[in-house]
Design a protein around this ligand. Structure first.
Ligand code: HMG
Length: 385
């Protein structure tokens, strides 16, 4: 069977509490905590970038593989909108740092937050053509809008990695046909050379919700399935309140009991997204992990997946839970996370750099985790702390 045999992730160890950020920005903390549904925001230092976050997620993903299994990895698709290079794919860094095979195809893929879903869909199709191979999908991003902007509260950082293969050990498999919808709009974009996104916040909210309504309806028109058969919906969550608004949008399409059950499970399952913030390409898959860790689904359940990438692309598809034999194993990342002050966060924000030559220390990085050690003539070098 084709599907995801393992999913895991990695998140920076530093975070800012939303209530501290609200006070510093002269906002009512309830706006951030209730109005947007965010508790904390993961923060990177200058010694972390989209590549280092992804290296750490993949390290966790492949930790139990033997040499023969590693040699079956024939493709690594890296979905990101936080690329550190206009040309070279981030996934190539895995060859040296984690000894992935040279005999493989490594590349990067982009369409805002939709990139992770694009990569996963491609991986499913590729494994169908080559059932003897394993494919790694990496999503890795640092959400940046700028200090004191309206989008600031919806920042975050992290990486999710997934193993796709044809095996008897599949945890989640694609089910039925996806529904998708695209439109050329400027709700959110990041021109070359800018390190923060330009966003029309309310337009992006409207577009996200309208696309959801459209693809949700299209999905059920395409197959012999009714919404009531879906256990819960995982959402791309730039902030968690938007998932509740999504459910509200399709309330008239489902029975009241299903709507209420979806809301209940959503409120339980949003925990990690509220703790970490927006991680762009990986956000939907973080919500999936979060629901998994809450025990919100079990074998045989069908899970709705709503993916949205500004610009804009939406997709609704379904994953079937096969067996929960492999859990994400990320709990240790939450044991010694460090709360930092708004002032420290602002200093780290300014530190994050695109200089062509710079050296970093391993401050704030856990022992054994990868960090950006130095940049020489624009080339980036990573090392384990
Ligand atoms: P804003 O204008 O500061 O917030 O920006 P608001 O005025 O819309 O208020 C937010 C909510 O807080 C409202 O709730 C208020 O009522 C409530 P709603 O009415 O909408 O239900 N509120 C309060 N609640 C309790 N107590 C209070 C209080 N005060 C107000 N005292 C916005 C919010 C999200 C627009 C902004 O942060 C932003 O621009 N963020 C970035 C863009 C974004 O996240 N868009 C989401 C959809 S687009 C997407 O998901 C794609 C993306 O991930 C990028 C990609 O694809 O790569 C972003």
């Amino acid at each position: 069977m084709i599907g995801i045999s393992k999913i895991t992730g990695y998140f920076p160890q530093r975070y800012v509490k939303m209530k501290d950020l609200a006070v510093a920005r002269c906002e009512d903390p309830q706006k951030y905590l209730i109005g947007l549904g965010q508790e904390k925001m993961a923060v990177v230092g200058g010694n972390e970038d989209g590549v280092s976050l992804g290296l750490n997620a993949v390290k966790r993903l492949i930790k139990d593989l033997d040499d023969r299994e590693k040699s079956q990895i024939k493709m690594v698709i890296w979905a990101t909108e936080s690329s550190t290079d206009e040309s070279k794919a981030a996934s190539l860094n895995l060859i040296d740092t984690l000894q992935l095979p040279n005999n493989g195809r490594y590349f990067e893929i982009k369409e805002a937050c939709y990139g992770g879903t694009a990569a996963l869909t491609l991986a499913f199709a590729q494994v169908a053509l080559h059932p003897e191979t394993k494919i790694i999908v990496v999503t890795s991003d640092i959400a940046r809008y700028g200090l004191k902007t309206k989008g600031e509260v919806t920042q975050g950082a992290g990486s999710i990695a997934m193993m796709v293969e044809d095996s008897s050990n599949i945890v989640l498999s694609p089910f039925g046909q996806s529904a998708y919808y695209a439109k050329n709009i400027a709700d959110f974009y990041r021109p070359q050379g800018q390190n923060a996104a330009i966003v029309q916040g309310q337009l992006s909210n409207q577009s996200y919700l309208n696309f959801f309504y459209q693809v949700f309806q299209d999905f059920f028109k395409k197959q012999d399935l009714v919404p009531e058969e879906i256990k819960l919906i995982n959402f791309h969550l730039p902030y968690t309140k938007i998932g509740l608004k999504g459910l509200e949008k399709v309330k008239d399409q489902v029975s009241l009991s299903t709507y209420e059950e979806w809301v209940k499970l959503f409120n339980q399952g949003k925990a990690l997204n509220a703790e970490i913030g927006n991680i762009y390409t990986g956000s939907l898959y973080l919500n999936l992990i979060s629901n998994m860790l809450q025990g919100n689904f079990s074998s045989g359940d069908l899970l709705g997946m709503y993916s949205y990438g500004s610009g804009a692309q939406g997709e609704f598809y379904v994953l079937k839970v096969q067996q929960l034999w492999k859990m994400p194993e990320i709990e240790d990342l939450f044991i010694n996370r460090k709360a930092i002050s708004v002032e420290e966060y602002e200093n780290l924000y300014r530190e994050t750099t695109s200089n062509l030559n710079q050296t970093f220390n391993s401050e704030g990085i856990r022992h054994g985790d990868f960090y950006l050690k130095f940049i020489k003539n624009g080339e980036r070098f990573y090392e384990q702390a």
